[in-house]
Design a protein around this ligand. Structure first.
Ligand code: CA2
Length: 145
């Protein structure tokens, strides 16, 4: 059976390629999901993908991944900087996960410098644009036996 990685994109990432191209580039969420699926396939994994603007939907998807997936790649969007609940969901399912940020959060406002996930993520890829998602899959795949 092919093993599965879950790609999670948080609030507002459905606007990729539609707004703020100077910060986030011109690629769309569909482009991100495609390139991440391609990178996963090269590593021998299937990719499931979810994007939601609702924290509870993301948490439910992470819970479902516990029995369906072997790892998670997540760009939590603004929830990175606010959500203990998302952190608890990720630590609760005990799957290795990669935290991805398209922009260099450390070169932006101070409130983006803190992540509730940074100390529990197995992999962090920050400021590499959308190629960071493929990097994250490769680094995560290397950790999965
Ligand atoms: O750099 C990233 O990937 C972020 O996770 C993106 C979040 C932001 O709150 C984090 O600090 C860094 C925002 C996602 C919103 O995405 C948009 C995309 C296009 C247009 C508007 C928002």
């Amino acid at each position: 059976m092919t093993r599965r990685i879950l790609l999670v994109n948080g609030p507002n990432l459905n606007l990729l390629g539609v707004r703020e191209p100077d910060v986030y580039g011109t690629a769309t969420l569909a482009d991100v999901e495609r390139l991440t699926a391609d990178a996963a396939a090269e590593e021998g994994f299937e990719l499931g993908a979810v994007q939601s603007n609702h924290e509870g939907v993301l948490i439910d998807a992470i819970h479902a991944a516990r029995t369906e997936c072997v790892g998670i790649v997540i760009n939590p969007g603004g929830l990175t900087h606010t959500s203990v609940a998302l952190r608890d969901a990720l630590t609760g399912v005990s799957l290795p996960f990669a935290e991805v940020h398209i922009s260099d959060v450390y070169a932006r406002e101070e409130f983006r410098h803190h992540s509730y996930l940074h100390d529990v993520a197995a992999v962090r890829v920050i400021g590499r644009g959308i190629d960071g998602y493929a990097d994250a899959v490769r680094q995560l795949a290397a950790l999965i036996p």
